[in-house]
Structure formats: structure tokens, C-alpha cells
Ligand binder design. Structure first.
Ligand code: ADP
Length: 161
């Protein structure tokens, strides 16, 4: 059974993430979207909100599960018996960091591969932080986040202004 993990902070989930999830789920038997606690990044949305958003967006994807993890990703991946970690790549700036992480993870557990999917051209400019800036300053985020969570995201970001 090919189990893949798609990790990230998903703060919040964007069309760029969904594109990677849709493509990755066709390449494995079971895809776990793993929302991590990352001490270095201060999240805007709570853990529960981020999980609920991803769940709403993936509820019709039958081989996709949403989970959360703390600590080292590679330990979580091996506990879940994952064969690969899948990540999206947007730009050269993503590449340097991702290469280092992939090599470190390989050293920690050589059985788990890291698979990279190139961003789709329509989403190459998209990041969670861009969404937050646009909404905060009254910009339109329709088309950048899935429609089912658009209002939830917009309201929360406007309130926090
Ligand atoms: P970010 O890097 O925007 O803070 P995450 O930490 O949630 O987002 O990222 C989770 C994964 O999704 C990472 O592998 C990241 O490179 C990928 N990703 C995020 N946005 C995009 C996008 N627009 N296109 C392709 N991959 C993306």
C-alpha cells in the first residue's frame, strides 16, 4: 500500500495546495495531509480552523485523510508507514530549503522518499501569506482559495485587522 504524506502549515489552505493534493492523490493509494505545529512560524489560524478548512476542501476525495502532527515529520511519516513525503515546489527559493530537508530526512530514514511536484503555472505566485496580506487590505481572494472556505477565511482575516 502506497501511503504518502503531504505536510505543511496550511495557514490557510490555498488553491496551490489543493492542486498539489489533487495531483498527488492520483499517484498513491492513500494521501495523508499532515498539518504540523511549527514553532518558528506564528500561525494566523488555529490548528482546529486549519484542519477544518482542509477537511471541507477534501471531503469528496476518497483516498485523502487530514491529520495533525507534532515534532519531527520523519518520525510521524515512519509511524504512519508512509513510503513518501510529497511537496510542492514554486520557485528556486523553495528548492534550496526543500533540498536540505529532503536530504536530512533521507539520512534519518532511508526508506522514505521525498517526491516533488512542480507548481501549476496558475498558482506559482500563490502562498498562504500572500492570501493573508490581500484579504487584510480588502483585496479579492476569490479564486485563490477554494470557494467552500472563502467566507470563513475572509471574515476571520477582516476581524483580525
Ligand atoms: P507555505 O509554504 O505557503 O507557508 P505550507 O507550509 O502550508 O505553505 O506548504 C505546504 C506545501 O505546499 C509545501 O510543500 C509548499 O511548497 C507547497 N505549496 C504551497 N503553495 C504552493 C503553490 N502555490 N504551488 C505549489 N506548491 C505549493
Amino acid at each position: 500500500m502506497k501511503i504518502w504524506i503531504c505536510p505543511g502549515s496550511f495557514d490557510p489552505v490555498t488553491m496551490g495546495h489543493i492542486d498539489i493534493i489533487k495531483r498527488a492523490r492520483k499517484m498513491c493509494d492513500h494521501l495523508i495531509i499532515a498539518i504540523g505545529v511549527n514553532d518558528e512560524k506564528k500561525a494566523t489560524f488555529t490548528f482546529d480552523e486549519r484542519k477544518e478548512f482542509v477537511e471541507k476542501c477534501t471531503k469528496d476525495m476518497d483516498n485523502v485523510e487530514v491529520d495533525t502532527f507534532e515534532g519531527l515529520l520523519i518520525n510521524y511519516a515512519s509511524k504512519k508507514k508512509a513510503t513518501a513525503i510529497v511537496k510542492g515546489l514554486r520557485a528556486i527559493s523553495d528548492f534550496e530549503y526543500e533540498l536540505q530537508m529532503a536530504l536530512l530526512n533521507k539520512k534519518l530514514d532511508e526508506k522514505i522518499e521525498t517526491v516533488f511536484l512542480m507548481t501549476s503555472i496558475n498558482y506559482s505566485h500563490l502562498s498562504s501569506s500572500a492570501i493573508k496580506s490581500i484579504a487584510k487590505y480588502d483585496g479579492e481572494i476569490k479564486g485563490l482559495v477554494p470557494d467552500v472556505i472563502h467566507d470563513d477565511i475572509y471574515l476571520k482575516l477582516k476581524k483580525g485587522k
